[in-house]
Ligand binder design. Structure first.
Ligand SMILES: Nc1ncnc2c1ncn2[C@@H]1O[C@H](COP(=O)(O)OP(=O)(O)OP(=O)(O)O)[C@@H](O)[C@H]1O
Ligand SMILES: [Mg+2]
Length: 310
């Protein structure tokens, strides 16, 4: 759905994006994570056609986005990181105003707006003033506005920032529903666990470079495999250690109380082989587990690694 090749952007002499390459599949909920100044907003604004790149290529749904700005605006909905001020605008008027920008009007527009307000859980706020809405409601209204022309791709810059836990939860629900409707979604955040819950794929940016990207499932699996394996045995600890020493994927063995803790490089299949070798060898195993994968640990490893390399 989105393919980016060698995207580069400088502000004066400062290079904000450095040969960025990225691919996002149709229907993906892609999380863009990185610290302040990493280049997330810059990338998102270029994808939407709001900012010009210095060079590189961006394809959205097969269309060259840097060449066909008008076509892209119809395919993309954008929720910026700042919400403007809308004095004396009521929710319905606000939505009608944005609809008119896409030549939508009349009964069709009215029906679309009602559907969208329902989707973002603001049906009861049609006649409320926009400036009087809470921050979380404004964020959701902004999502509804960005969907008015039924775009295939929705780009949200920090949609959950500044929201309380309840409002975050509601925002997540809205995004989940959009994902279920088959939209491709790009979301940015500094907070990795939050993205892990919402997204099926992520890209980690640092100082204008993409330092890691992939499917969340694959990344957590990789991170899980670097966690130690804990084995609790009721007896025959020496036999257990003998068996472990003969197992190729066991890299380090340590003992804590009645548990044996090992660094194990094998996958799930090899874990199950190890367990059956222990049981067949006469060891009574009462617990055998690996800590679950943790995106945040992996993120720290990746960004720590990038810093070390510099
Ligand atoms: N209009 C501008 N003029 C000069 N420098 C800019 C401009 N916009 C962004 N930058 C710089 O480009 C870099 C990337 O900024 P960008 O806003 O894309 O980062 P970000 O990842 O969205 O950060 P944040 O998490 O703070 O939103 C930063 O160092 C920023 O200072
Ligand atoms: Mg930003």
């Amino acid at each position: 759905m989105v393919t980016i090749h060698n995207l580069t952007k400088s502000y004066g002499r400062f290079r904000a994006l450095n040969n960025l390459n990225l691919h996002i599949d149709q229907g993906d909920i892609f999380g863009f994570v990185g610290p302040n100044g990493a280049g997330k907003t810059t990338t998102m604004r270029i994808i939407c056609g709001l900012l010009q790149a210095d060079w590189g290529e961006v394809y959205i749904d097969g269309v060259d986005a840097l060449m066909h700005n008008d076509m892209i605006k119809r395919k993309v909905g954008y929720v910026p990181d700042f919400f403007g001020v809308y004095d004396n605008f009521k929710v319905m008027e606000y939505m009608e105003f944005y609809g008119s920008m896409y030549d939508l009007n009349g009964e069709t527009l009215h029906k679309t707006i009602l559907g969208l307000l329902d989707l973002v859980n603001l049906s009861d706020k049609q006649d409320a003033y926009v400036d009087g809405l809470s921050r979380g409601m404004k964020q959701r209204l902004c999502v509804a506005r960005a969907l008015i022309h039924n775009p295939k791709l929705l780009i949200l810059d920090e949609p959950a920032s500044g929201l309380d836990p309840r409002a975050r939860f509601e925002m997540k629900e809205v995004l989940k529903n959009l994902g279920a409707m088959g939209k491709t979604i790009i979301i940015s955040s500094h907070i990795l666990p939050e993205l892990g819950e919402m997204c099926n794929s992520i890209g980690v940016m640092e100082k204008g470079n993409l330092v890691a990207s992939g499917k969340v499932e694959e990344i957590t699996r990789r991170s899980r495999h670097s966690n130690p394996l804990t084995i609790r045995v009721l007896d025959n600890k020496d036999t257990a250690i003998q068996i472990l020493k003969q197992t190729p994927w066991v890299e380090k063995i340590s003992i804590r109380d009645d548990s044996i803790i090992i660094a194990f490089s094998g996958d799930d299949e090899e874990m199950s082989q190890l367990l059956s070798a222990l049981v067949t060898g006469g060891v009574k195993v009462s617990n055998f587990h690996r800590e679950p994968g943790n995106l945040e640990t992996l993120f720290l490893e990746i960004t720590g690694g990038a810093k070390d390399a510099r």
